[in-house]
Design a protein around this ligand. Structure first.
Ligand code: GDP
Length: 729
């Protein structure tokens, strides 16, 4: 521990890295071999347990679900190094975890299966890494499959590797910011690509092989002569990978120089700006929280990266954007599945904190004297919670306990969302996929040991409009206030800007207007009139009035009415997406007693809903991107499964060894897909699904779907009419 504490103070001897991969490409096996190599697990234990998979369900599913943090000790070039290793989940249902992990990493080890090559999720994680300026190196895993399954010659193996590297660099070219495109492309000759087998625990880079005089034919020989053990002894995977990470990913103080300007929008020339850029251990404390989980004994533990300063047990910390200031009861480092208490953790390292229960993933926590600085940029999740289950306790008396346990789960995993229907009392849990919800309900069971029923998964829709409406008058219940509102669809560019966080509610209004004008062609006046941006569901409220008495006093109520209405739209009480709401005029009662929120909020809702109903409203449904790899004789069967489920084929491409079919399919059609694909292709298919986009449902099924959702929610089974919200004129 003393040694580790000492290294922590030398940033050039620290690396914050993690593995990223498409599911099943070998991330967990690789992490496991790293752990074993670095001496934290004995070889005997490591062979049996997948160490980072310490949540039991992950063992069952052989899949890493929760990002686990661990610090490894490794000697290289006569110097000790501390490698803060962040494990990230491989299944795309958990991309929320990946996003949070990336914030605290500077380098990534991307694992790719040599047979499958670069797949959709490889692309997703590389894109996310580029957005956070996390520098990648590549490990091409399962080389044994090229030898044993495909029986490739040395020359063909080399070609295969060259082609994977080419695909990988294609992703860097596409997603890296211009100044990093060339710098971050990986080169086989520079030792930025390792080849090997995580299962057999050997790995080698081309320069290492050249130095040792090893050729591909020697590796093939090793497999044929059963001498893989010797290969693993001569080129242990952990040494190769840790060496590659130390040589080719940046230490925190170097990375922060270019990452801080991207993730923090404060003044870089201020004292705190300089401390952040330098990862100064003597600067004021600034920590980015990447994960919060509940320790059944200690309480809530917040894990994050110290970007500046040194955090000691007993220090006071302030959560930006709240009024919360707390004393830190304990500071820890991760060692395997355990947290180890340490007296202090300095800039550039990963810390776990006890005592600050209010902190959440994505929060910035700082020393109280700098509570005025801006927080780190918000974390963006690419997947949205689109699948919902209702959870009902067998015994109604258990309801409160179940809700409490669910609240904890949502704290730990912000990509889950919990809603309790006020009228029916139904408990609704939403997640990004069915697997995500299966695991969440499994954890709920483990933690509460209570009996409950989980409904069939339901898909969440969105409501939107397709044309611009006229202006509608919405009256308050007391008829003394009138709001005049129209709605229209937001264009895709604007939706993208809000979703990517380039346009936010909190940002400087002038800057926002400039971006909307330059990038999305907005009218300058309109852009300056923005009152509110619903960043969750992507809607914008604009004020186009002028000189109306008392408007300032009721602005907040109109904004609240807007948020209330976008949370549950007129068609089926599903959230509203992609709508621009414009306030044109208002008549407001002069007595504050007659223009409170209970009057103004319904007035805003009435006008907005009447406008929406008149503007060709429709439901949007979530679509999944499906990528299936199969053999050429199965193209027909696989594509027909996709089209049968209202799917669309985007691309079919053939490589030397397999065919890749890409398509889009609605989430509601995806529940039995696994079985159907498997049987269509007689098992010779593997595939992945990930959230693709929201798309209007076909007109032919719109009414039917609206009725189904309304019925489920206990709403009258008829299409809403404009007259429901305004008096017919
Ligand atoms: P993850 O989903 O990326 O974490 O992948 P895992 O580490 O769980 O590995 C997925 C599967 O690939 C498991 O069945 C592993 O045993 C297997 N696997 C991992 N490494 C290798 C390898 O080097 N060669 C072969 N043939 N299989 C491997």
């Amino acid at each position: 521990m003393e040694d580790v504490m000492e290294i922590m103070r030398h940033p050039d001897q620290v690396r914050n890295v993690g593995t990223l991969a498409h599911v099943d490409h070998g991330k967990t096996t690789t992490s496991d071999s790293l752990l074993m190599g670095a001496g934290l697990l004995s070889p005997k234990v490591a062979g049996k347990a997948l160490a980072l998979d310490y949540v039991e369900i992950e063992q069952l599913r052989q899949m890493t679900v929760k990002a686990a943090n661990i610090s490894l000790y490794f000697e290289y070039g006569g110097k000790p190094y501390l490698i803060n290793f962040i494990d990230t989940p491989g299944h795309v249902d958990f991309t929320g975890h990946v996003t949070r992990s990336l914030r605290v990493m500077d380098g990534a080890l991307v694992v790719v299966d040599s047979v499958e090559g670069v797949m959709t999720q490889t692309e997703t994680v590389v894109r996310q890494a580029m957005e956070e300026l996390v520098r990648p190196v590549l490990f091409i895993n399962k080389i044994d499959r090229l030898i044993k399954e495909l029986r490739l010659s040395p020359n063909e193996i080399m070609q295969r590797i060259v082609s994977i590297v080419k695909d990988f660099n294609g992703l860097i070219d596409m997603y890296a910011p211009p100044e990093f495109k060339d710098k971050w492309k990986i080169s086989v000759d520079k030792g930025q690509v390792a080849l090997g087998s995580a299962l057999a625990k050997w790995g080698i880079t081309i320069p290492m092989a050249a130095k040792a005089g090893i050729k591909f034919s020697n590796i093939i020989d090793a497999y044929e002569k059963d001498a893989v053990g010797e290969l693993a002894q001569e080129f242990p995977l952990h040494v190769t990978l840790l060496t590659m990470l130390i040589e080719h990913t940046p230490p925190p103080n170097v990375a922060q120089r270019y990452r801080i300007p991207k993730i923090w929008k404060g003044d870089l020339n201020s004292d705190i700006g300089k401390a952040l850029l330098e990862a100064d251990p003597n600067g004021p404390t600034v920590i980015a929280v990447s994960k919060v989980n509940k320790d059944p004994h200690a309480g809530l533990i917040a894990t994050g990266r110290v970007f500046s300063g040194t955090i000691h047990e007993g220090d006071e910390l302030f959560v930006l954007g709240t009024k919360v200031q707390k004393r830190i009861l304990q500071t820890y480092l991760y060692m395997g599945p355990n947290r180890v208490i340490v007296p202090a953790v300095s800039a550039g390292n990963i810390v776990a904190l006890l005592g600050i229960d209010e902190a959440r993933a994505g929060d910035t926590i700082v020393a109280p004297q700098i509570r005025e600085i801006p927080p780190f940029e918000k974390l963006r999740y690419i997947s949205e919670p689109v699948v919902t289950v209702a959870i009902e306790p067998k015994n109604p008396n258990d309801l409160a306990k179940i809700v409490e346990a669910l609240r904890d789960l949502v704290i730990e995993d912000p990509t889950l969302s919990l809603k309790i229907d006020e009228e029916t009392g139904q408990v609704l849990l939403s997640g990004v996929g069915t697997l995500h919800l299966e695991i969440a309900t499994w954890m709920l069971k483990e933690r509460t040991k209570l009996d409950f029923v989980v409904s069939q998964p339901l898909v969440r829709f969105r409501e939107t409009v397709r044309v611009k409406s006229q202006v509608f008058e919405g009256k308050s219940p007391n008829k003394h206030n009138k709001l005049y509102i129209s709605v229209e669809p937001l264009d895709e560019t604007t939706i993208g800007l809000v979703q990517m966080g380039d346009v936010t509610e909190d940002m400087d209004a002038k800057e926002r207007a400039r971006i909307l004008r330059d990038k999305a062609g907005w009218d300058a006046d309109e852009a300056r009139g923005i009152w509110a941006i619903d960043e969750t569901y992507v809607n914008i409220l604009i004020d186009k009035t002028s000189g109306i008495q008392h408007l300032r006093e009721i602005k907040d109520y109109i904004v609240q009415g807007f948020r209330w209405s976008t949370g549950a739209g007129p068609l089926a009480q599903e959230p509203v997406r992609g709508v621009k709401v414009v306030l044109h005029d208002a008549t407001i009662h002069e007595d504050p007693a007659h223009r409170g929120p209970a009057q103004i909020m319904p007035a805003a809702k009435n006008a907005m809903f009447a406008a929406m109903i008149s503007a060709k409203p429709t439901l949007l449904e979530p679509l999944l991107l499906l990528e299936a790899k199969t053999t050429s004789e199965n193209i027909g069967p696989v594509t027909s499964v996709i089209t049968r489920h209202r799917g669309r084929i985007i691309d079919v491409s053939q490589s030397e060894y397999m065919v890749t079919v890409k398509g889009e399919i609605p989430v509601i059609e995806s529940f039995n897909l696994s079985d159907e694909l498997r049987s269509a292709a007689s098992g010779r298919v593997f595939w992945s699904l990930q959230f693709s986009r929201w798309a209007p449902v076909p007109e032919s099924i719109l009414t039917d779907l609206v009725m189904k959702v309304r019925e489920r929610k206990g709403l009258p089974k008829e299409m809403p009419k404009v007259e429901d919200y305004i008096n017919a004129l």
